[in-house]
Design a protein around this ligand. Structure first.
Ligand SMILES: [Mg+2]
Length: 359
């Protein structure tokens, strides 16, 4: 089999409320990989809030695509190495890792379709259903918006809800968490996400104010570049730390693990160099009693969590309009059944490219 063409597109997808209170759009950089045997693969990465999408597409088109054209798409590891090692002066982090991820995901889609298996089964299935946590509660929401969003996820059976701790005054963040907990009741456990906004001391102070609230985790406390600081927070607070959505390779995750910087790792398949690298990260975590709860794009991450024994929850952030994808699984009773179609099971809906394409 040979790759005959790769088309890339950038889709600008407007958000709806309440997500629209924080972001007006997200951008999707998609790679449609065609082969000479009529099997096509879809890979994509999500530029959250839209930032960087154009650069991701340019890197994909100019640096990665030439390495894949004419090659056998079933040799994913070989092609991954070729892409990862191509520009030795450009680390596969940020823009370059997003671009590599999109292609890697598209290659795996072809492998699954060729084998006639959904990826989680191709990789050795651990489960076909994965519980989800509702995610949102951004800083620009009013407290009543957060409560309404949490109740919507709970109405779909979710037993976990994550909100942001973005207010500069930690007492305000505590009040908001307490208000949501009261509204959703004891059957729902919560998490908070700092999104790298505080330093070590700021996190220690905030976590002390939150530690009686039975939180599942305390997320991304410090700059994702600063593993030492994350480890210091993890040692100093009584809530388990989760991090990893802005880390890109098994080597970075190895450092997080070795420093005991988190109990939960959250690689993003569209950032951390694709399914190939995320699987390696998950296997590494399994050797250290660390759980994996991948970041957003749950419709793709489900395949990873279904293939590993140390998967925890997928992040359910309900932002995609109904006419963007086909094959999206529904959240039923707080969990997703992993699509049983060959590959990852997700396609762009007919007309979605025409409707949302910006470049
Ligand atoms: Mg986060």
């Amino acid at each position: 089999m040979k790759v005959t063409a790769i088309e890339s597109v950038v889709l600008s997808v407007p958000t709806v409320k309440p997500v629209a209170l924080e972001f007006t759009e997200h951008r999707l950089v998609a790679a449609l990989i065609h082969t000479d045997e009529g099997v096509d693969g879809l890979g994509y990465t999500l530029a959250f809030g839209g930032g960087g999408a154009e650069s991701i597409q340019v890197y994909l088109e100019t640096r990665l695509k030439p390495l894949i054209l004419g090659e056998d798409p079933l040799f994913v590891e070989r092609l991954w190495e070729r892409m990862f090692r191509a520009d030795r002066g450009i680390k596969r982090q940020g823009v370059a890792a997003y671009a590599l991820s999109a292609i890697d995901i598209g290659l795996w889609d072809i492998v699954g379709k060729t084998a006639g298996l959904p990826l989680f089964k191709l990789w050795g299935a651990a489960t076909d259903r994965v519980p989800a946590y509702g995610s949102g509660g951004w800083g620009n929401y009013r407290t009543e918006d957060v409560i309404a969003e949490a109740q919507r996820y709970v109405g779909r059976g979710c037993r976990y809800y994550k909100m942001k701790a973005h207010h500069p005054d930690p007492r305000v963040n505590r009040e908001r968490v307490v208000a949501v907990k009261k509204a959703v009741g004891d059957g729902v456990r919560m998490m908070v996400d700092v999104n790298q906004r505080l330093d070590v001391l700021g996190n220690i102070r905030q976590a002390q104010l939150l530690e009686d609230l039975d939180l599942v985790w305390y997320e991304e406390p410090v700059l994702a570049d600063d593993t030492a600081a994350c480890a210091e927070v993890a040692r100093s607070i009584r809530i388990p730390v989760a991090t990893g959505e802005n880390n890109y390779s098994r080597f970075e995750f190895r450092e997080l693990i070795e420093r005991r910087a988190a109990r939960y790792l959250m690689p993003d398949v569209g950032r951390a160099n694709g399914f190939s690298e995320t699987l390696k990260i998950a296997r590494l975590a399994a050797a250290h009693q660390v759980l994996v709860s991948p970041h957003v794009v749950h419709e793709l991450s489900l395949q990873i969590v279904g293939a590993i024994p140390n998967g925890f929850l997928v992040e359910y952030m309900d932002w995609a309009p109904a006419d963007l994808f086909t094959g999206l699984p529904a959240c039923e009773d707080g969990q997703f059944r992993i699509p049983d179609r060959p590959g990852h099971g997700i396609e762009l809906a007919p007309g979605a490219v025409e409707k949302y394409r910006v470049r």
